[in-house]
Design a binder for this molecule. Sequence first.
Ligand code: NI
Length: 264
Amino acid sequence: MLVDSHCHLDFNDFEDDFEEMLQRAREQGVTAMLNAGNNIDELEKQLEISEKYPFVYTAVGVHPHNAAEYPNVKAEDLIGLSTHKKVVAIGECGLDYYYDYSPKDAQIKLLREHVKAAQETGLPLIIHNRDSDDDMMEVLGEAYEQKQFSGVIHCFSSSKKFADFALSIGFYLSASGIITFNKSNDIREVFAEVPLDRLLVETDAPYLAPVPVRGRRNESAFVKYTAEKLAQIKNISFEKLAEITSNNFYKLFRKASDKGRYEF
Ligand code: NI
């Protein structure tokens, strides 16, 4: 079994072959998926999918790219939207200074509202972090001292220093297709040292398809390539890695019941 801990199944990219895409994922042993939030207006479509397919969980949040469009989203709004039984996390949310689509102060303000919602609800945070390590450590670190919360750094692609920080506040690190890319030696070195009980795997589909399908539209079936690479890095069998990362998923996302798991 495998769990795709982060994907965007509500995107139009999957409109034409949704059922076939799910079937291919099942054939590769994917038993559950977590559909991350991109902006709160898409939540309705996400919930429609999650209500139809028991193995698809969802999360509510505003991606940092969209921060400028949603200046008034407050923790209370996120908390209200998170009461649905299939909403198992807050996010994705975070900071992205690489693309810088929204002003930094707007991104930071919105991130703080997500952190507050995670603190209030006890739901884990799904963090997007790109070229923003210092501000991210400051925001998460300060909040964590006030009141603890849990979460995952999705698509982890930062330094050892940032990984150590995330682990020190109890976070999980999620490996995406990035770990299969030729140039990702530094990131593979970081993952080599992450404890097994803090690892997740994901696709971030439709983005970031792993080698050997790099460049194509990504989909949950392809999480197996990332899991294979991570098993190599950790020097354990694929089966063991799949089992560990799936168990980690249910430990972190406690609201996700493995009753929704697709049985073979
Ligand atoms: Ni994403």
